[in-house]
Write a protein that binds this ligand. Structure first.
Ligand code: IMP
Ligand code: MG
Length: 169
């Protein structure tokens, strides 16, 4: 495994992201929705860098991996608990890959009549994108292979590592 981003580089970037997000939602009352489990570490660092009142909620998504479901369908295995009607919502995830699950989930939140829905992802694999969605805020663009650490897993391993690594293939 090769280190891609060290904990201190991540922390620096998260600080800057926190400032960007704070100025975007100045004075507002923000609902941050974390996608479990991958976002847990990024989200907990990020919200501490946001200088605005923040409320938190969480979801668990699982994508249909077999071809029997329509492409881009996402299954919400645990939905948010708060009413987001008229609210400014920021979805936080670890990595935006094909974008299929994020696109479907953003639509789901828009259907709940949120005032605004934006996306913040720590890592952006732009070259892998299939769905028409881009992050409103991102930490790093990457084009390397499969990454783990800082919340990201491979078969539930490596989530707790403080740095981000590229797995050898
Ligand atoms: P998408 O619908 O293809 O964008 O799926 C994104 C999800 O796939 C992320 O939230 C991660 O859970 C997972 N994922 C995609 N690429 C990686 C990776 O390199 N490492 C770990 N998880 C990944
Ligand atoms: Mg995920």
């Amino acid at each position: 495994m090769k280190v891609l981003f060290r904990a201190d580089e991540i922390a620096e970037r998260v600080k800057v992201l926190g400032r960007e997000i704070s100025s975007c939602y100045r004075g507002g009352d923000l609902m941050v929705i974390g996608i479990l489990k991958g976002s847990f570490m990024f989200l907990s660092d990020l919200v501490r860098q946001i200088d605005a009142p923040v409320q938190l909620d969480f979801v668990r998504l699982s994508s249909y991996m077999n071809a029997r479901e329509p492409q881009g369908t996402v299954k919400i295995t645990m939905d948010i608990e708060n009413d987001i009607k008229g609210r400014d919502v920021l979805i936080v995830d670890d990595i935006l890959d094909t974008g299929q699950s994020m696109l479907a989930f953003r639509r789901h939140l828009e259907d709940k009549s949120a005032q605004s829905v934006r996306v913040c992802t720590l890592l952006d694999k732009t070259y892998r994108r299939q769905a028409p969605i881009q992050p409103d805020f991102y930490g790093f663009r990457i084009d390397d292979g499969f990454v783990v650490g800082y919340g990201l897993d491979y078969a539930e391993q490596y989530r707790a590592l403080p740095d981000i690594y590229v797995l050898d293939t």
